[in-house]
Design a protein around this ligand. Structure first.
Ligand code: BT5
Length: 282
């Protein structure tokens, strides 16, 4: 079955307006059947004064962006592909809090909507448990601007693989999946989106009030306490991921016992079915 054949799954301005029940986050919606990138489009709209909380959502991205110039691929009509505009005025070192609350909202919404078990992989991956291994089902891309030490604007992009059939799943560095592939049936996107926005609005307000998302996020990190390899722009480190600090940096105790706080990089599990030793790069 094609996702677009599900009547309740059709995205349109009217259907979105009806499904979304938040107070401000996503209450202004801009739906496009196709765009280059929702993040790029919302950045343009922000420059022209788009309202804080604006949502840009599409059925297909021609040039979906991942981190570091990577691509985000998803067949038309199969996924949630969206961006949200924030103007936080938070101290810049809290920037990662936005990625953290987005991840928390995504795992909560997925679990409530599908019954599947979800988790987070530092720094920005949304994962689904598939028996003995974790598979990537979503990614978060935060693009922010800072002035005088304050976070002025942030565009929070999210891609969630909802109804991508197994044979159309894009290639990832590690195992990739979708809600459909794990459940064996399609899932309607609109109620999932509504849950996601509702949860994220609440988490944002808590964070804006100074409540750190770190304890909840640490609970959800699938790498916590696991042997990992971390590749940063300058080096590759091996050790045990002991958790993340207040600012979302990964804490890695290396094999010599030294603790590193890492702000950006890619993590590979060294043990278990997702490890390179088992032929996969998670
Ligand atoms: C991410 O980057 O995971 C962030 C992805 C954010 C995408 C959203 S969609 C809406 C919004 N608008 C945009 O233009 N982007 C955001 P990163 O950690 O760099 O992972 C990218 C890598 O994931 C790619 O190089 C592939 O290996 C893999 N990948 C690509 N498409 C995927 C998919 N649909 N599911 C799982 N993995 C994928």
């Amino acid at each position: 079955m094609q996702a677009k054949d599900l009547p309740q799954d059709t995205l349109s301005a009217e259907a979105l307006q009806e499904a979304i029940d938040t107070r401000w986050l996503g209450s202004v919606q801009h739906y496009f059947p196709e765009v280059d990138s929702t993040n790029a489009l919302l950045a343009d709209m922000a420059e022209r004064g788009a309202e804080t909380g604006s949502l840009v959502i599409t059925d297909y991205q021609r040039r979906g962006k991942g981190r570091l110039g990577r691509r985000w691929e998803a067949p038309a009509g199969s996924s949630l592909l969206l961006s949200l505009l924030f103007r936080p005025q938070w101290p810049a070192r809290r920037t990662m809090w936005l990625t953290m609350i987005a991840g928390l909202a995504a795992v909560d919404a997925i679990e409530a909507h599908s019954g599947l078990q979800a988790g987070l992989k530092w720094p920005n991956d949304v994962m689904l448990s598939a028996g003995s291994e974790w598979r990537k089902t979503g990614g978060i891309l935060l693009e922010s601007s800072v002035q005088e030490g304050m976070l002025q604007q942030a565009i929070l992009g999210m891609g969630l693989n909802v109804n991508i059939p197994s044979q159309l799943l894009p290639q990832g560095a590690g195992p990739v999946t979708s809600l459909l592939a794990e459940l064996g049936r399609p899932v309607s996107r609109l109620p999932l989106l509504a849950l996601l926005l509702e949860r994220l609005e609440g988490l944002y307000e808590e964070a804006a009030g100074g409540k750190s998302p770190q304890p909840a996020w640490n609970e959800r990190l699938i790498t916590r306490g696991r042997a990992v390899q971390v590749t940063t722009a300058t080096e590759t480190l091996r050790g045990v991921a002991t958790g993340a600090d207040e600012w979302g940096r990964l804490l890695l105790r290396d094999d010599a016992g030294k603790v590193h706080a890492i702000s950006a990089g890619d993590v590979t599990l060294r043990e278990g079915p997702n490890s390179p030793e088992h032929g996969q790069d998670g």
